[in-house]
Design a protein around this ligand. Structure first.
Ligand code: ATP
Length: 296
């Protein structure tokens, strides 16, 4: 996901993002060009989310005309359920997330949230409905309080403290001499991977979105920290429609549904148990990761 990281583009994007009042997605996405942003249709209505169902309907998409990345992809995530997307590197998992956030429009097909085509609604309202916990959170050179408050414009102090508590990072912050006023980032306190993830969770909680997009951290967390983060994520994703991009299958075995993506096509779908029985790509990935877990 990070291979196309272009710091300057990202910086410009982050700036515009803040200015437009859209929050917390910039870290998750690597943007090749700034002109990829899509525009609101004139008079586009706000997205209204009553039942946060997600649906991809025959979505075809590529970044370049000659290279299709997603081929006729269809799936549904029922309101309040948890779906995980797995598949080999380059299969198109993050592309699904980028389309859902409408960084790009599909070539054909539709993406629906609660029955509304996301290309037809105001982007600000779309992005307000989706909270992201990215795999590698970017922190601003500002206070830890600011870094959490960034989740929602105008959040009050109490709400920020509650979000920090629910993300299980409050004790850590309270133990710092300057508490929420502690400067973090490049020029301040360096946070560990796990602490940064918890800041991202607190941001997402503050936003209180009906839909959560989780991009699993691929590395850098020891297994105890990881277990703790997973438990927190389980708690915060309760009652929210959750789409998780997963690399380690052990973290998503209890998802309501698992979509197995291969070369931009849905190779398999089912629960963990169903997919093991099917003895296909998922079962193969599971067996391979089990060996790796043993070795670790
Ligand atoms: P990983 O597990 O490694 O993060 P992924 O399944 O999330 O992989 P994507 O990031 O969705 O894969 O990428 C799918 C394909 O699209 C890859 O071949 C990638 O090189 C290509 N791709 C991604 N972003 C761009 C871009 N901005 N421009 C051109 N091609 C891109």
């Amino acid at each position: 996901l990070m291979q196309l990281f272009r710091p300057l583009d990202l910086l410009g994007f982050v700036y515009r993002t803040i200015r437009q009042g859209m929050v917390d997605m910039a870290q998750m996405f690597t943007l090749m060009d700034t002109e990829v942003e899509v525009a609101d249709r004139p008079g586009a209505p706000a997205l209204i989310v009553r039942r946060p169902t997600l649906a991809f309907e025959n979505v075809r998409f590529g970044y370049e005309a000659e290279r299709t990345i997603l081929h006729d992809l269809s799936f549904e995530v029922p309101a309040g359920s948890h779906t995980a997307i797995v598949g080999p590197s380059g299969a198109g998992k993050s592309t699904i997330a980028r389309l859902l956030f409408r960084f790009y429009d599909p070539w054909s097909g539709r993406i629906l949230i609660d029955g509304q085509d996301i290309s037809q609604v105001e982007q600000k309202s779309l992005r307000a409905a989706i909270g992201i916990v990215p795999q590698d959170s970017v922190l601003f050179n500002d206070t830890i309080g600011y870094n959490i408050a960034y989740g929602r414009e105008g959040a009050g102090e109490e709400e920020i403290v509650r979000a920090a508590r629910d993300a299980a990072i409050l004790p850590f912050i309270e133990a710092l001499p300057d508490g929420f006023e502690t400067e973090v980032g490049e020029r301040g306190l360096k946070l560990s991977g796990g602490e940064k993830q918890r800041v991202a969770i607190a941001r997402a909680l503050l936003k209180d979105p009906p839909i959560l997009l989780l991009d699993e951290a691929t590395s850098a967390l020891d297994s105890r920290t990881e277990q703790g983060i997973l438990a927190t994520l389980d708690r915060v994703s309760e009652h929210r429609t959750t789409l998780a991009i997963a690399h380690r299958l052990s973290t998503i075995a209890d998802a309501d549904a698992i979509l197995v993506l291969e070369h931009g096509r849905l190779a398999e779908r089912g629960t963990h148990a169903e997919l093991l029985c099917a003895d296909g790509l998922y079962a193969e990935m599971w067996a391979r990761q089990a060996v790796e877990r043993e070795e670790a």
